[in-house]
Ligand binder design. Structure first.
Ligand code: XLS
Ligand code: CA
Ligand code: CA
Length: 439
């Protein structure tokens, strides 16, 4: 295993169990441990996000780069990209994750022209292919950065300028090609600038039609080249735009339905985007799962006291438990996974902090998995929920749901009945049950 960029981490991070005092060891994530019919690694399918972990330089709105990364020292951008890729694969192996995710412009530098950017990307894809082959590490998903280039300031697919939309289409074509070439299991569409800043200059209906047309072209292209990965849309309500069209899971489902795209997409649900949309992480997961559309997860957390996308590493066991209950109920994420779309804080400038951050996130989800598995195995919630709706299994409830009767019949029926007998929702009792499992 190469040892050039993280010399302080001499060997892969070991699993040492919950009593270990070693901060560079897993306490819960034991990748080969079986939980039900799968190993922890198969359940969790962790991925590292290239943009934050290898490209992040600690900049924020008030200050420039704060991280001095050994892989960012080259003067030639392509040498820098290669060094970054070496560092990334060293990191994946030492951390013990099987997957990564990237934007086209993360792994390859933007060239002076579009064609040069495409060439850079192809060169880096070839290099990634070699490293994937050598290490067995795989691509969970690829995507295109349709938000950094100033031409996308007014949208990419939803730009008022058709030349810009064409540019975005050509860029996405190349990003899908790259993902396909690397055997990516999914391709993500996050429309950071697909929204508006003021309605004074915006035709909202037209922009959504453009977005739909763009997605149809992507689907046609996917079939044309035989890419069999999943297409995922990642909802977010705002930032950088004031309003984004795919604002949450419900809005995205509506968009897919309206424009005849439903069968072609699932969703990549991000925790921090859920809370920015005024929902809980588990609400968004449950909403996507109920529609059969929970494809993958961007595992992070926000800060409820800050109104922006802080992309912090997940540490809250309660939240990972509720998330894993939903994921286990739908029998896993299939070809999706848990991607740490998360960054270390500006003050955590030491490369070792990248290990602490991921170890913490992986342990938080491993623990959530173990707890959720027990809760479901014991049917601690399922039996209660089943009984709560029991009145629809027979009698009047069964007739209602079978579509056999309507308002008139119900009025007649109600006239012959006493007042309904109400059952408690038992929220507090159920909350206590969950807490009893978190030990
Ligand atoms: C930004 C998004 C982005 C997507 C991929 O807020 O989370 O990083 O996951 O483009
Ligand atoms: Ca994300
Ligand atoms: Ca985010």
């Amino acid at each position: 295993m190469p040892n050039a960029y993280f010399p302080n981490i001499a060997k892969p991070i070991p699993f040492e169990g919950k009593d270990s005092g070693n901060p560079l060891a897993f306490k819960y994530y034991d990748k080969n441990r079986r939980v039900g019919d799968k190993t922890m690694a198969e359940h969790l399918r962790f991925a590292v996000a290239w943009w934050h972990t290898f490209m992040g330089d600690g900049s924020d709105m008030f200050g420039g780069p704060a991280f001095d990364r050994a892989w960012h020292q080259a003067t030639d951008p392509m040498d820098g990209a290669k060094a970054t890729m070496d560092a990334a694969f060293e990191f994946f192996q030492k951390l013990g994750v099987e997957y990564y995710c990237f934007h086209d412009r993360d792994i390859a530098p933007t060239g002076d022209t579009f064609l040069q950017s495409c060439k850079n990307l192809q060169t880096m894809v070839e290099y990634a292919k070699t490293l994937q082959k050598e290490t067995g590490i795989k691509l969970l998903w690829g995507t295109a950065n349709l938000f950094s280039n100033p031409i996308y300031a007014q949208g990419a697919a939803t730009s008022p300028n058709a030349h810009v939309m064409a540019h975005a289409a050509a860029q996405v074509k190349n990003a899908i090609d790259a993902t396909h070439e690397l055997g990516g299991e999914n391709y993500v569409f996050w429309g950071g600038r697909e929204g508006y800043e003021t309605l004074l200059n915006t035709d909202l209906k037209r922009e959504q039609e453009q977005l739909a047309r763009f997605m149809h072209m992507a689907v046609e292209y996917k079939h044309k080249i035989g890419f069999d990965g999943q297409f995922l849309i990642e909802p977010k309500p705002c930032e950088p735009m004031k309003h984004q069209y795919d604002s949450d899971v419900a809005a995205t489902l509506y968009f897919l339905n309206t424009y005849d795209l439903f069968e072609h997409f699932k969703m990549n649900v991000e925790a921090n985007h859920a809370t920015l949309a005024g929902h809980s992480f588990e609400h968004e997961l449950a909403a996507a799962s109920a529609a059969g559309k929970l494809g993958s997860v961007d595992a992070n957390r926000g800060d409820l006291l800050l109104g922006w996308d802080t992309d912090q590493f997940p540490t809250d066991i309660y939240s990972t438990t509720l998330a894993m209950i939903i994921i286990l109920r739908q029998n896993g994420l299939g070809r999706g996974g848990l991607n740490f779309d998360a960054k270390v804080r500006r003050s955590s400038h030491d490369p070792t902090d990248l290990f602490y951050a991921h170890i913490g996130g992986m342990d938080a989800f491993a623990r959530g998995l173990l707890i959720a598995y027990e809760i479901l195995r014991d049917k601690s919630l399922e039996t209660f929920i089943e009984e709560r709706y029991g009145s629809y299994k027979s009698g009047i409830g069964e007739k209602i749901m079978a579509g056999k009767i309507g308002f008139d019949e119900l009025e007649n029926w109600i006239s012959s009945q006493d007042e309904p007998v109400l059952q408690s929702g038992r929220q507090e009792m159920l909350e206590n049950i969950i807490n009893a499992y978190i030990r």
